[in-house]
Design a binder for this molecule. Structure first.
Ligand SMILES: Nc1ncnc2c1ncn2[C@@H]1O[C@H](COP(=O)(O)OP(=O)(O)OP(=O)(O)O)[C@@H](O)[C@H]1O
Ligand SMILES: [Mg+2]
Length: 369
């Protein structure tokens, strides 16, 4: 199917607007700023926030729509990618057709509208993954997919931008909660216990492991459960969940058919001055050194790929143990979004250590691709 060019999809006026907004500078926000601003959700602040988002979301979404139109290797014309692009264009149109936000009523209406935008984009990740899969099929004998650096870099920029957009919308919407949970400022928990979050995430990962294998190795967590710092619990949950899932799978595959007891996965939480670091260690046999450069690319997976066209578009599959190759690259983006990072150190023949660094200071600006 030929790609419908933007010119065919959009009226001239909207097309010009997409280019105009797509050329404007994005404005980053830090965790600390979101926390300070959000701690006073007065009507005036909510109005300011909505006015900022009206412009900022238009810029960020326009940039992504334009980029989706000019991807290498014909990725832009894959049906799934066209679908994603259309979501971005629809959202851009919604934003630009919304009149200037002048008072509380406008602000509430705007908040409803961006809430809908967030829902519209719920399935962007699996849908893009499907598009890349479609490309991979076409290129198969000719190109080693892992060499498609440009595509991996694009996906990094694209998903990073998505994390930012969803954080900004989610934060603004959550600030309208008349009874926020204690110590919560929107998505941010000002006294988040990393040990507690790691415990929940590990339990969730173990449930999936049970479902898949009928048993699950233990996960032991070391660290002070009373230690807290401001962070976004949903982000940390996602990262630890992915790391523990990888470790459980590795240990399970190693010990499934042996009569030895599976060694537990160990999570260590360290509170430094600059960083909080969470190490997830396993004895699951490690990753061969030749595989290491690929683990942060999209779709590098040693698992059977569960993503096929029936599961696709819209119907998000229930979580599986592994198979998309997205766990590590996406977790690293979440870590980097607030100034942290993720590193993987492996000893082939023994096990893997994942170091998740979270910046404690919260003052690094959002990375804006
Ligand atoms: N702790 C680990 N021990 C051994 N191999 C690992 C470990 N973590 C990751 N890997 C290897 O890296 C690959 C990529 O991991 P990643 O989490 O990105 O994707 P996945 O687990 O295959 O799929 P999913 O998207 O469902 O997470 C895995 O398929 C596996 O081969
Ligand atoms: Mg994984």
């Amino acid at each position: 199917m030929a790609a419908k060019k933007l010119q065919e999809t959009l009226s001239k006026g909207v097309l010009e607007e997409v280019h105009r907004y797509g050329g404007m500078k994005q404005t980053g926000v830090s965790l600390r700023y979101m926390m300070e601003f959000g701690s006073r959700p007065t009507p005036r602040n909510l109005l300011l926030s909505a006015q900022f988002l009206h412009n900022e979301l238009s810029i960020r979404i326009a940039r992504r729509a334009l980029e989706l139109q000019s991807l290498p290797y014909g990725l832009s014309s894959k049906p799934a990618v066209l679908k994603v692009r259309d979501w971005y264009l629809d959202s851009f149109r919604d934003l630009r057709s919304f009149p200037e936000i002048k008072d509380k009523n406008d602000e509430l209406e705007f908040t409803q509208m961006i809430k809908m935008i967030k829902v519209r984009h719920n399935n962007v990740v699996p849908t893009m993954a499907l598009g890349v899969q479609q490309l991979k099929k076409d290129l198969k004998p000719k190109v080693d997919y892992q060499d498609l650096d440009e595509i991996h870099q694009f996906l990094d920029r694209f998903y990073m931008s998505r994390i930012g957009i969803r954080m900004l919308i989610g934060q603004h919407v959550a600030l309208h909660d008349p009874n926020p949970p204690p110590d919560c400022v929107g998505y941010i928990h000002t006294k988040m216990s990393p040990v507690e979050v790691a415990r929940h995430a590990s339990e969730d990962a173990r449930c999936i492991c049970f479902r898949e294998y009928g048993s699950a190795p233990d996960v032991n967590i070391y660290g002070d459960p009373n230690f807290t710092f401001p962070y976004v619990p949903t982000h940390l949950h996602l990262m630890v969940f992915e790391l523990v899932k990888n470790s459980l799978r590795a240990v399970q595959e190693q010990f499934m058919n042996s009569d030895k007891v599976a060694p537990p996965i160990r999570i260590i939480v360290a509170d430094g001055i600059e960083d909080v670091t969470i190490k997830v260690s396993d004895e699951g046999g490690g990753i061969p050194r030749s595989g290491l450069p690929k683990i942060f690319t999209y779709l590098y997976s040693t698992a059977k790929n569960p993503l096929d066209e029936q599961v696709d578009l819209g119907i998000a599959n229930t979580t599986t143990m592994a198979g998309y190759g997205y766990g590590l690259p996406i977790s690293r983006l979440y870590a980097r979004y607030f100034g942290g990072d993720l590193q993987i150190i492996s000893m082939e023949g023994y096990g893997t250590d994942a170091y998740l660094h979270l910046s404690r200071l919260g003052d690094s600006q959002e990375p804006l691709p």
